[in-house]
Design a protein around this ligand. Structure first.
Ligand code: SAH
Length: 212
């Protein structure tokens, strides 16, 4: 692989993200996580293009700008506990870990789960993973300060939202009448939820029930 090309591409991508208003500490986290390590060998050359890329089994690693926007909406902070639904390549989870968060991530597709676990081991990332259907979360480690869905849904399941602690945020791709938007729910200190906030359009694979 041409290291110099990747280096130049990465500089350009980080500038694109900065121009889009992504905060510096998120840029810094994205600068430290080598996206090429989360891609199949044949696609590593495209690691720093601002595009989603196939990772097998019909799934994709998200577009870097979308990862950055979702991360910003999540209002990350060190040592907050975050649950991600849809580990996929593991790239988004690695960004959250680079921000000092305590990351729990679940994946329904066995081969993607196994590949991500191996990747985290190799990169020495202490991310807690499970092979399970995340529709209803991962109750064993609840409550979480943050919940991030990286697969689209009309609305997160009440059991999943129930695992969000007071003051917590849930960010997800909201699927509504053939369109998708980044969306956010905030849990109030009394346990109720504030009205849904809607942000930029996005494109995610659907959240699917059951494991595969
Ligand atoms: N966050 C990923 C991108 C994920 S693509 C990354 O950074 O690469 C969406 C992922 O969600 C896919 O891997 C898909 O298999 C997974 N997924 C879909 N429905 C799911 C469910 N119910 N539970 C867990 N994972 C799910």
């Amino acid at each position: 692989m041409h290291t110099y090309k990747l280096y130049k591409d990465r500089e350009r991508l980080l500038q694109l993200l900065a121009d889009a208003g992504i905060p510096p500490r998120i840029l810094q986290a994205m600068a430290t996580v080598p996206r090429e390590h989360f891609l199949p060998p044949a696609l590593q050359h495209f690691a720093y293009e601002n595009t989603a890329l196939p990772i097998g089994w019909g799934q994709t690693i998200s577009q870097p700008l979308t990862v950055a926007k979702m991360t910003a909406l999540l209002e990350p902070a060190p040592s907050l506990k975050v649950l991600e639904i849809g580990t996929g390549s593991g790239y988004q989870a690695a960004i959250l870990a680079a921000l000092g968060m305590e990351v729990y991530s679940v994946e329904r597709q066995r081969r993607l789960y196994e590949t991500a676990v191996e990747r985290f081991r190799r990169l020495e990332l202490a991310i807690h993973c499970a092979y399970r259907d995340g529709t209803m979360g991962w109750p064993a480690y609840a409550p979480y300060d943050r919940i991030l869905l990286t697969a689209a849904t009309e609305f997160p399941h009440p059991d999943l939202l129930g695992q969000l602690g007071p003051g917590g945020l849930c960010v997800f791709p909201l699927h509504n009448e053939n369109r998708q938007y980044l969306a956010r729910l905030r849990r109030n200190d009394d346990g109720s939820f504030s009205p849904i906030e809607r942000f930029d359009p996005c494109e995610f694979v659907p959240l699917r029930p059951s494991i595969a």
